[in-house]
Design a binder for this molecule. Structure first.
Ligand code: UTP
Length: 290
């Protein structure tokens, strides 16, 4: 029997340099898509996959992320007094079970692998999910739920993967693929940001993972990879051949909200998916498409 998946790590300690000046005094993960910050989408997706314990890996200037999941006593009292039922309802998704969310600090952003290693005490001996909040997935079944189901099926590491244009392989972690049934693909190797001519495929990892705790031992060696950072991809690559490792072609559309164009596209796609906004948005889009 596989150990149940109950824990998620959300690394949010990056500098968000591609979004300066917006991210000078605000965390990138607090940027909203329509009316909800990226971090809340990630927490809600994790919950929908059965996650009960959350660990945010934070850094300097990220306190708003913690505040967001706390009770805003004065605000809520005022809304209650004014009988603002809808506004109170909108706050529901920000409530977490007392004691279910912890934060650890990554004092220096040395890379995603280092950020995950910072959560090692929280992870302990359990399998865990990783969600990068700047990757947003619009899907029928929440993306992490799809991964959690695949974990139950395969009993090992599972990462969400998508085909990318070959000229973009140098932006992502790329798979060397084995057996492939069109949905689940066996992972034979992983390379972080390979040049298109060196890339073993064009299947890229997106910011959703289910990992076994043994990855921490490999990350602890603090070996520097692409960009001189401690890369999660390099730590995961060491598990291949020792544990099941699969890529899952998830159902849904991923938006890279760490990138300006991806972020703008997410705004439009998520607004069009909202019954209360779709008509108005479609209406004004026509104006700009002329
Ligand atoms: P990115 O590669 O998007 O980096 O990190 P970034 O610093 O956030 O943004 P740019 O590239 O400077 O604009 C992907 C995820 O990993 C986290 C980030 O917070 C983001 O959720 N991360 C990255 C860390 O927590 N620590 C790190 O050292 C690096």
């Amino acid at each position: 029997m596989n150990k149940p998946l109950r824990k998620a790590v959300l690394p949010v300690a990056g500098l968000g340099t591609r979004f300066l000046p917006a991210t000078k005094a605000t965390a990138k993960e607090m940027l909203p898509v329509v009316d909800k910050p990226l971090i809340q989408y990630a927490i809600e997706e994790a919950r929908a996959a059965g996650i009960e314990q959350f660990c945010m890996v934070t850094g300097r200037g990220k306190t708003a992320l913690v505040e967001h999941f706390d009770i805003a006593f004065e605000l809520e009292a005022t809304l209650r007094q004014r009988n603002r039922v809808e506004a109170l309802e909108a706050l529901k998704g920000t409530q977490v079970e007392p004691g279910s969310m912890v934060t650890v600090r990554q004092q220096v952003p040395l890379g995603l692998g280092h950020a995950i290693w910072c959560a090692r005490t929280f992870i302990g001996d359990d399998p865990f999910a990783v969600l990068l909040p700047d990757d947003l997935v619009l899907s029928h079944t929440p993306c992490l739920k799809q991964l959690a189901d695949a974990y139950r099926e395969t009993g090992g590491n599972v990462v969400a993967v998508v085909e990318v244009p070959r000229e973009h392989t140098n932006r992502y972690g790329i798979l060397k693929t084995g057996k492939d049934d069109g949905r689940l693909v066996e992972v034979l190797g992983l390379v972080e940001k390979p040049a298109p001519e060196d890339a073993p495929s064009n299947l890229s990892i997106i910011g959703r993972y289910v990992l076994m705790p043994e990855v921490i031992g490999h990350l602890a060696k603090m070996e520097r990879g692409a960009g001189n950072e401690v890369q999660l991809t390099d730590g995961m690559a060491k598990l291949i051949g020792h544990q099941p490792f699969h890529g899952l072609r998830y159902e849904g559309t991923r938006f890279d909200c760490g990138d300006k164009v991806g972020y703008l596209e997410a705004q439009i796609a998520f607004a069009l998916a909202r019954p209360d906004l779709a008509d108005a948005v479609r209406g004004f889009l026509h104006k700009y498409m002329k």
